[in-house]
Structure formats: C-alpha cells, structure tokens
Design a binder for this molecule. Structure first.
Ligand code: FMN
Length: 267
C-alpha cells in the first residue's frame, strides 16, 4: 500500500534525498497514520497473525506484562469511538486493538508460588509494563503495514480510564495504554508521510546536546500543513506547545491517582 522507495520516503521525512540507499527499509520509513478505512473487518486469522507479530516483540525479562483486547462489534466500536473522544476512525476500522499494560497475570503467578508481589507497586514495574505494551503494539503496526493495512494509534483510550476499565472489563493491576485502529485503507488512500525533526535535532553522539533545535523543522512543517490546508497556527513548535496546556489533558489529569488506585506506580 505504501509505495514510496527508501529514498522517496526519506525525502518526505527530511526534505532532501540521501546519498545512500537501503531499499528494504522503504516500508519502515513509509509509515503514516491512516484514519479512513474500507468497510471490511479483519478476519480472525489475520488478527491472530498480527497478535503473533506483537508477541514476537522483545519483552523485559520475558515477563510479557501486556495484553490486548480487540473490538469488532459495530456497537462496541461506536461506544469506544465516543469514549476515545469521538474519533471516527475507531468506529470505522476493521479491528480496534486496545493495548493493556498488565500486572494481573504476573501477580497471580507470584501468588501461586507464594512469592512477594511488593515490587509491582514500584514505578519500575509500571514503566516496564507500558514499555512492553508499546513495543508489542509497534511490532503489530509494522506487521500490519507490511500487509498493506493502515493503522492509527489512539491515545484517546486514556481520556476516561475508569469508563474504559468498565467497558473492557479490565481488572486491577492494568491500564488501557492506547488503542490501535487497523483496517484496509479507504480508496483513494490520501494519508501522507509526515515530515520529522532532522536527525541532528534528536540524534546525539556520545553525549546529549541540550540546545534544542527545531526552527528548520518548523519551516518544513509549515509547508506540510499548508499543503494539507490545515487551519490555525502552522508551525510545529507552536502547535506542540499548545498541547501542553491543561485544557488538552482533559480526563487524563487524574491518571496518577487513578493508576495508584489500580495498584500501579504507588511507590
Ligand atoms: C501513543 C500515540 C497516541 C496517539 N493518539 C492519537 C489519537 O488519539 N488520535 C489520532 O488521530 N492520532 C493519534 N496518534 C497519531 C499521531 O498523531 C501521529 O502518529 C503523529 O501525528 C505523526 O503522524 P504519522 O503517524 O502520520 O507519521 C497517536 C500516536 C501515538 C504514538
């Protein structure tokens, strides 16, 4: 589905063509979020293959501190879309994968063997579970894109953690981290590769360089936003800065307290 070569995708990411080529990596550089899908659910076999890809991700100490809940029922997708902030792509995707940071299984395993579970309350274990969920999700995403499917991550799954807990029947010791909509892109596929910060901005050799640089990227993003006819402030730094205000946090303001009630990040 994503047809750009490595060099073409690089050009769209960074605004110039590289002198080298790694043709096999074209598909990895070609990612873009797809938010419009054909009305075609994913088959069970396909979902199973994608879950196998997700489970093939590395995982801290092989603890596998994550789970996934998939939704395909139209009514439940509509409810999920609403809970995630009225996001249309959740309603219309072929399957919605909700990634869960999950201490539940390991806690039961420890209790079965009469071992202490104190460690699970520490931030370290909360971070581990979230990293595991993210790595699994991204491997699922790479697999889906290799098959020509489109995806979109949905952080809106954290908009109302308590409602999502009830909706997905999540037990204590878990967090719905984010969702991933997956589906066959609607034709014609209009999603575009989005430019990224230059490598000099994010890649430091040997030690961190704490002088942030982004003005060159602001210019490239201005052109990208204008091409997309996006209204409002069109530099990346301004758009990003505005995301930091409290009004954008919405229901996610309560996450720390909510996580602690769930038994995560208590210490
Ligand atoms: C954890 C995470 C949460 C996201 N949540 C949403 C979301 O709720 N809705 C949405 O439309 N896009 C969401 N995105 C997609 C980002 O907006 C998108 O990846 C970013 O703008 C870069 O664009 P690209 O994916 O097309 O390269 C999310 C991405 C990530 C990684």
């Amino acid at each position: 589905m994503f047809t750009e070569s490595f060099k073409q995708a690089w050009h769209l990411r960074y605004g110039y063509e590289p002198e080298f080529d790694f043709p096999e990596l074209g598909r990895f550089l070609g990612h873009r979020s797809v938010r419009k899908y054909a009305d075609q659910p994913l088959t069970d076999e396909l979902m199973s293959a994608l879950v196998a890809a997700a489970q093939s991700a590395a995982t801290s100490s092989n603890l596998q501190l994550w789970s996934v809940v998939t939704l395909q029922d139209k009514d439940r997708l509509a409810t999920a879309a609403e809970l995630c902030g009225n996001q249309e792509q959740v309603k219309s995707c072929g399957a919605f994968f909700c990634f869960i940071a999950d201490h539940r299984r390991i806690k039961t395993a420890a209790e079965t063997h009469g071992e202490s579970v104190e460690g699970l309350e520490f931030a370290e274990f909360g971070i581990m579970a979230i990293i595991d969920a993210a790595l699994a999700a991204e491997r699922l995403v790479c697999a889906a894109e290799a098959l020509g499917l489109g995806i979109c991550y949905i952080g809106g799954l954290r908009n109302d953690p308590e409602a999502i807990k009830e909706f997905l029947n999540l037990p204590d010791g878990t967090l719905g981290c984010f969702g991933v909509t997956v589906g066959w892109p609607a034709e014609p596929m209009t999603a575009e590769i989005k430019p990224r910060l230059s490598q000099q901005s994010i890649w430091f050799k040997e030690t961190y360089n704490s002088e942030p640089t982004f003005s060159e990227y602001d210019e490239r993003m201005r052109a990208f936003y204008e091409g997309q006819k996006m209204k409002g402030e069109v530099t990346w730094s301004m758009r990003s800065a505005r995301r930091l205000g409290l009004k954008h946090l919405g229901g996610r303001r309560i996450l720390r307290e909510w996580l602690q009630n769930q038994g995560l990040f208590r210490q």
